[in-house]
Design a binder for this molecule. Structure first.
Ligand code: TRP
Ligand code: SF4
Length: 400
């Protein structure tokens, strides 16, 4: 199977729009063919900021899953689930909270930023402060290697890596680690044991990162290793103790430059969006009534696309030929604005057509969606419980 595991979550706080499609979902759709992918509805995260409007969350959860499916996220290729249906996330969050210094949480940049930005809400809550740690639990519980996020979330991934390191540092030091690790090396069998030892020496003595990577992929391929031995051998490579939790990488998704209906970035808070499955009449009307270059008052006035909010949409949707037609036609007053907007309208409608069709299937039969999620939750829970077993044991809770 895949050595990399991708995990990402989205908060259900309203309907998704074309900005989400271009910024996030298109990327998910592509990744599902390249990696093992887990995508989840971050309903607990939504409560950290929307605790006083649970109706919004409730409404948005299923709509959001339908939006994902409409966009082409395919349950045959990705595991889709809801955070609150995998309560192990909460257990790991609690256990990690025991070793999380308050200062680390207070220093996460989104903490102060969001409090200022959402000043109409009282976000001086325990849940809001702890939200990056909940995110760490989401990631670490699946031992995800890659986490696709936007720029603003990179500090959360860095925070997660620090938590994993701290956890391994505190709990990875079992008595007799070296002996157990050496015994595990032997279990790899003659040739592979020798290769592992050589690669480990090359990394530890010469800092050879390639050797480290080769050794890691060697371990990835060993299906017969027990979980404990695998953790020991990963930890032994880098010198420390057991690696119970693994450090994820942020996978930076290029910031979505999807323009909204007013030239600003498309965002719900600017009220300038086209929703993912918006009906055709409404899309047409929204684009037809978009503001244009304010200097073009009459049809006979020349305009400048660089001063017009419609132009950025042409940059997303139009080919070279159309863009030239716009440039020339606008600057020479050769075309009217309604005419100019038509190719954008056509392109948006065409982009949405397959999404609307796919969505219809699920709207006609909501049980399909429920089943996809039930299935995904079951798979996710299985993965989560494996990690939790190790974590409980490491923290002295493995009573039997
Ligand atoms: N915090 C993310 C956001 O606000 C959502 C999220 C929650 C997430 N848990 C995650 C993203 C884990 C990636 C991985 O957009
Ligand atoms: Fe904008 Fe097109 Fe009108 Fe020019 S012709 S002002 S680019 S809508």
């Amino acid at each position: 199977m895949f050595a990399d595991r991708v995990l990402s979550g989205m908060r259900p706080t309203g309907s998704l729009h074309l900005g989400h499609y271009h910024g996030v979902l298109k990327n998910w759709v592509q990744m599902q063919h390249e990696y093992e992918c887990l995508f989840f509805v971050a309903d607990w995260h939504a409560l950290t900021t929307h605790y006083d409007t649970p109706q919004i969350i409730e409404q948005s959860v299923w709509d959001m899953v339908v939006d994902w499916l409409a966009a082409g996220v395919d349950p045959a290729h990705a595991t889709l689930f809801i955070q609150s249906r995998v309560p192990e996330h909460a257990e790991l969050h609690l256990l990690l909270s025991m070793i999380t210094p308050l200062g680390w949480l207070e220093r996460v940049p989104t903490y102060k930023d969001q409090q200022e930005k959402l000043s109409e809400k009282d976000l001086s809550t325990y849940g809001f402060l702890g939200y990056p740690l909940l995110q760490s639990a989401d990631i670490l519980i699946y031992r995800a290697t890659q986490v696709p996020v936007g720029e603003d979330q990179v500090p959360h991934i860095e925070f997660t890596r620090e938590i994993a390191r701290r956890f391994n540092h505190i709990y990875g030091r079992e008595p007799g680690f070296e002996e157990k690790a050496e015994a595990a090396v032997k279990k790899l069998g003659g040739k592979k044991a020798k290769l592992y030892a050589e690669l480990r020496t090359r990394y530890q003595e010469q800092g050879d990162d390639e050797a480290l990577e080769s050794a890691k992929s060697l371990l990835d391929e060993q299906q017969s290793l027990s979980h404990g031995d695998r953790e020991r051998l990963f930890g032994y490579l880098e010198g420390g103790g057991k690696m119970i939790l693994s450090e994820p990488q942020a996978m930076l998704t290029a910031a979505s430059k999807m323009p909204g209906l007013d030239g600003q970035k498309m965002s719900k808070s600017y009220n300038n969006t086209i929703t993912l499955r918006e009906d055709e009449a409404s899309v047409t009307k929204k684009i037809r009534t978009m503001p244009t270059d304010p200097a073009r008052i009459r049809r006979t006035d020349a305009g400048d696309p660089d001063k017009c909010p419609v132009w950025p949409l042409h940059l997303v949707y139009s080919n070279e030929q159309t863009k030239q037609w716009v440039m020339q036609g606008c600057k020479s007053a050769g075309i009217g604005c309604i005419e100019c907007k038509q190719p954008v309208i056509d392109a948006v409608l065409e982009e949405q057509r397959p999404m609307r069709e796919r969505a219809q299937l699920y709207l006609d039969d909501p049980v399909l969606v429920r089943n996809i999620i039930a299935d995904g939750c079951e798979k996710a829970r299985k993965l989560a419980s494996e990690t939790m077993r190790d974590v409980r044991e490491a923290m002295g809770l493995g009573y039997s």
